[in-house]
Structure formats: structure tokens, C-alpha cells
Design a protein around this ligand. Structure first.
Ligand code: SUG
Length: 449
């Protein structure tokens, strides 16, 4: 029997507190734009527009709701007591940087939400989810509990879905989710090669690691997720990112490499052992999955790493439409950088990609989040899709409804000085309350309990 399967992109919706806190060390855009005023309305509308674009191509598109911010649970755990207004007032006086972290809308970068393995790859035939602990950055480390709750609510049927707890919150097991995980396959309904890319070894003290910026994903974390997801040992690859690239701002593997089905587009400096990694991928693909790999390399001469980071070219989405044609969804900045544009033209010539779309996600990009950062890829069969919470799948009507919701409720300018205002808090809670009604998610947030 031929089972139909789809790659569904679940995009994180940017929340009403979208801001520039300069919170991510090693993420050059985040560091550079620290404390600039943000435009939460534009951020959310830009994200929705990308979702709608994919929907219009016939690709199934899901929506992940923003996290509740600020995270009062965390602020209480850190010693701020009293009413919500009092906590805002005390924390803003005591440590504005901490309050900024607890206000971050970083949950929008759903590629970091979790690692997902499709049912065709796992031993028990279920889709496996492990929320990423994101312990490398404090503001991201607070995301995992809510991420887990949302994923369980959306993928609620345990006959089809298996949910793991985040792996231990220690720097040894620092896990960044699918930003450091790739999957290649022949067709979505067939088993595929899952590739885990780590930045450093923590326990065994590997001798190659970056010196300027942190390597966020550890080998120990990748191995743990691989075990939890019950993946085939002989047909999964765990390989190291190039520390030289991390030191130039490649804080996740999806900033230097992207793949879809049999196509892998990567920078020559993506992996520590580039030729070895590509030849292992090619061999496993051929021996275990009947995939003829099309690996397309961009050299440093074609595009130096700093331009890869500036343009975010590898953070494009490579997507397959229902008619099996492949499209590239690239950040609009790639149009302005001649070398990046030339690389995209060369990719089109070499790969058979039918169409390139340039999307404006500037509000997210200023925090180091391009098209691929915003989405969590979940390969689902028809049967599994039928058991996904229906109201988080984008439709024409839901899109209109969400655009209206953003336009009515989101501010078009937010500055750090606005955060401690209790009126802003009320506004944010009302906004999220409306969203749970639109997406029919029930009482999802703490303030609704
Ligand atoms: O974790 N930026 C995010 C960007 C995540 C990009 N994701 C992927 N590459 N998949 C991060 O560094 C910045 C927040 C701030 O500075 O306010 C931030 O969290």
C-alpha cells in the first residue's frame, strides 16, 4: 500500500513582546541590534505572510502559538515576589537585562523548539518529539516546558505520537533541536537519513571546539535524542560542525546548510570534516535508503562565511510541492548581496529547483532568525495528519483571522522602556487570550488557569 506523507511546516508565530535584547552571544545579528526599537506587528505579519505563501503553493502549514511573556514563573523562581505588577516593577529596577530575557519572544524560532523524527524512521512507528532544552542561552532555556505542553496538545494522540521530556538541562546535554538536525529521504513516505550535527563534545573533551563563540549543540545531546527516538543505529549520522564557522557567527547548523529529500546544499566550511561527512552521507543514502544524493557545495570563494551569515542564504527553506517540484524560499537580503544571488542562480542551474521566492522577514532577521529558523518540519502521513489538532493548520480563513488579530492587537513600536508597564502586560494577555480562542487551544497559558 502506498501511504501518502507530507512535510508540514509548523511556524512559530512571533508574539506581542518581540524585541531586540541582544541576548544571544555568538549570534551576530542579535548582538548588533541590541536595544533597538522593534515592530512586533510587522514581525508577526511578515511571519504570517510566509506561512500563507507556502499554503498557496499547496504545502501544508501549521501554526505554533507564541509563548506567554514575561515568564512570571521564572521571575518568581528568581526571587521576585508579589503581584504581577509588583514583579514587573521590582525586576525592572533590579535587573533590566534579566527582565528582557524573560520577555523575549524567541519561541518564534520553531526550528529550535524540538527535534522530530517521522514514524517511518522510528522503531515503534510513531512520530517522536523531544523539546529542545536550549540551555546555552538563558532566555531560550525557559521555552521547553511550554513547547512540550503545546506539542502534546497539538499532537495529542499517543497511538501516533510519542513525546519525550527535554533531555537534562546541563551544558553537557545542550540541545538546540532541529536547527542542528537534517533529514534526507527519497520520498516523504519513506524512511530517511537523519543527520545530527553537533558543535562540541562535552564529556569526552574533544579537541576541536570554537574559541570565540559557544558551540550550542553537544554530541552528547545529539546521541541522547537519537537514542530516545529509537533511530536505526547503522543508518543515522552524527557529525561535527566546523568550529571555524561557529566562531564567525554560524551558531546553528541551519545557518550554513540546508537539505530536502535528496538535495543537500552546504558551505564548504559547514562540517569539521567536509569531504568525510559528505562521503558518509552519500554512502548511507545509497546503501540504506536508495537515495542518490545531490550534494551541492558552495565554496568560500563563491561566498565567504561572513556573507553567508549576513545574507542568511542557507537559512532558506527548501520545500517540495505536491507535484514534487522543489522551491527555494530565501531571505530577501540575498537579493541585495551579489555573491549570494549568484549562488542561488547556480543552485537553480545545478539542482532542478523550479522556483525561488524571496521573503521579507526583516524583523526576525534582525535577531538572527531567517525563514528556516521560523519553522519546525514535521513529516506526517495522511493518517497522522488526521489526528493533529485541526485549528492550528493554516487555511485561507484562519489566515485572514490571524492577520486581523495581529493588526488589532500588536504594537508597531516597542521599546525596552515599555516592558514594565502593567498596561502593556494586560494588553499582551488579552491578545494571547484571543489567540487561544482562534486556534481552539483551550487554556494554554498560565494566566488563563
Ligand atoms: O537562538 N535569536 C535566536 C535566533 C534563532 C535562530 N534559529 C535557528 N538558526 N534555527 C537565537 O539566537 C535573539 C533574541 C534577542 O537578542 O533579543 C535570539 O534569541
Amino acid at each position: 500500500m502506498n501511504i501518502a506523507a507530507w512535510e508540514v511546516n509548523f511556524d512559530g508565530l512571533s508574539g506581542p513582546t518581540h524585541s531586540y535584547g541582544g541576548l544571544s552571544y555568538g549570534n551576530i545579528a542579535s548582538m548588533k541590534n541590541r536595544l533597538s526599537a522593534s515592530n512586533p506587528k510587522a514581525a508577526a505579519l511578515q511571519g504570517l505572510k510566509k506561512m500563507k505563501l507556502l499554503h498557496d503553493f499547496g504545502i501544508k502549514q501549521g501554526i505554533l502559538p507564541p509563548h506567554e511573556r514575561p515568564d512570571f514563573n521564572m521571575l518568581r523562581r528568581l526571587g521576585f515576589a508579589g503581584t504581577e505588577a509588583e514583579i514587573l516593577e521590582k525586576s525592572s529596577r533590579a535587573d533590566m537585562q534579566l527582565l528582557l530575557a524573560c520577555f523575549s519572544s524567541s519561541g518564534m524560532w520553531a526550528a529550535n523548539a524540538a527535534t522530530v523524527s517521522p514514524s517511518s524512521d522510528t522503531r515503534d512507528g510513531r512520530v517522536h518529539f523531544t523539546p529542545a532544552n536550549l540551555v546555552s542561552e538563558f532566555h531560550r532555556s525557559i521555552e521547553a516546558p511550554f513547547t512540550g505542553r503545546v506539542l502534546r496538545r497539538i499532537f495529542h494522540d499517543d497511538r501516533h505520537f510519542s513525546h519525550h521530556a527535554p533531555i537534562p538541562g546541563s551544558l553537557c546535554f545542550s540541545d538546540e533541536g532541529s536547527a542542528n538536525h537534517l533529514r534526507l529521504c527519497r520520498l516523504y513516505n519513506e524512511p530517511g537519513l537523519e543527520i545530527f550535527v553537533y558543535g562540541r563534545e562535552a564529556l569526552s573533551l574533544g579537541d576541536r571546539y570554537p574559541t570565540a563563540y559557544p558551540a550550542r549543540q553537544t554530541r552528547e545531546a545529539s546521541m541522547a535524542v537519537k537514542r530516545l527516538h529509537e533511530l536505526r543505529d547503522d543508518a543515522t549520522l552524527v557529525t561535527q560542525q566546523n568550529p571555524v564557522a561557529i566562531d564567525q557567527g554560524v551558531f546553528h547548523n541551519d545557518v550554513i546548510c540546508v537539505g530536502d529529500r535528496n538535495l543537500l546544499w552546504y558551505h564548504a566550511d559547514a562540517f569539521l570534516d567536509g569531504p568525510g561527512t559528505i562521503s558518509s552521507i552519500r554512502r548511507i543514502c545509497a546503501e540504506h535508503y536508495d537515495i542518490e544524493l545531490n550534494a551541492i557545495k558552495i565554496t568560500d570563494r563563491q561566498l565567504p562565511i561572513d556573507q553567508a551569515v549576513q545574507s542568511y542564504i542557507f537559512n532558506s527553506q527548501l520545500v517540495t510541492l505536491p507535484d514534487q517540484s522543489q522551491y527555494l524560499i530565501a531571505p530577501s537580503r540575498c537579493c541585495e548581496i551579489a555573491s549570494a544571488r549568484a549562488c542561488i542562480n547556480a543552485l537553480v542551474d545545478d539542482s532542478g529547483i523550479q522556483h525561488v521566492c524571496y521573503v521579507d522577514l526583516e524583523q526576525s532577521m534582525l535577531n538572527g532568525g531567517g525563514p528556516a529558523c521560523l519553522r519546525l518540519r514535521v513529516v506526517l502521513t495522511d493518517e497522522e495528519l488526521a489526528h493533529v489538532h485541526e485549528n492550528v493548520i493554516l487555511t485561507e480563513l484562519r489566515y485572514e483571522c490571524l492577520v486581523g488579530w495581529v493588526s488589532r492587537n500588536f504594537r508597531d513600536r516597542l521599546h525596552i522602556d515599555d516592558l514594565a508597564d502593567p498596561l502593556f502586560l494586560t494588553e499582551c494577555q488579552k491578545t494571547l487570550d484571543e489567540l487561544t480562542a482562534i486556534l481552539d487551544l483551550g487554556s494554554l497559558y498560565e494566566f488563563q488557569r
